[in-house]
Design a protein around this ligand. Structure first.
Ligand SMILES: CC[C@H](C(=O)O)C(=O)SCCNC(=O)CCNC(=O)[C@H](O)C(C)(C)COP(=O)(O)OP(=O)(O)OC[C@H]1O[C@@H](n2cnc3c(N)ncnc32)[C@H](O)[C@@H]1OP(=O)(O)O
Ligand SMILES: [Co+2]
Length: 134
């Protein structure tokens, strides 16, 4: 069911510093910040040869990233995103297996303009899992 690793997300307390670190210290190809108010985040994608890094910074009230940074003030790995062909079929199979699909269970449009869903970290070895239909 899951396919390629689409991205690994890192929550950051200082987006400018993280951009500079990846661009200058790591020589990475860093995209421009993209506000995603529907998700309460500003995202910056870093293109790697085999996947992407997604830097996440809180946007607006009630951002899930703000809550994460309260617990992890230096930032840290926030989620992994796997690609799926059919996000509804994946969701239904996961729900049948007893996994918790976050939010109202309906896919939202993510940063790539594709439907995404999130699965509770407690059901996946302490790792927040995002699925993106490609
Ligand atoms: C533009 C979209 C973009 C894209 O790629 O397209 C994105 O990726 S947007 C990313 C931001 N959106 C989300 O993260 C949505 C899904 N997240 C949530 O619904 C919440 O953040 C949730 C439910 C994962 C955590 O909620 P909360 O912050 O309120 O924390 P809790 O205390 O309720 O957490 C319960 C339990 O889980 C642990 N936890 C929290 N966040 C994570 C995490 N990122 N990875 C691993 N574990 C996490 C938390 O520590 C609690 O554990 P406990 O042992 O009970 O203390
Ligand atoms: Co993501």
């Amino acid at each position: 069911m899951i396919g390629r690793l689409n991205h690994v997300a890192i929550a950051v307390p200082d987006l400018g510093a993280a951009i500079a670190q990846y661009r200058d210290a790591l020589g990475a190809n860093v995209g421009d910040p993209q506000d995603e108010p529907d998700h309460g985040v500003t995202v910056v994608f870093i293109e790697l040869p085999n996947t992407k890094i997604e830097l996440l910074y809180p946007l607006g009230e009630g951002s899930p990233i703000a809550a994460f940074l309260e617990k992890n003030p230096s930032g840290g790995m926030h989620h992994v995103c796997y690609e799926v062909d059919d996000i509804i079929a994946a969701r239904d199979r996961l729900k049948d297996s007893g996994a918790r699909v976050l939010g109202d269970g309906e896919p939202k449009i993510g940063a790539h303009g594709k439907p995404v869903l999130f699965l509770h970290p407690k059901d996946f070895q302490g790792t927040l899992v995002e699925l993106e239909q490609v």
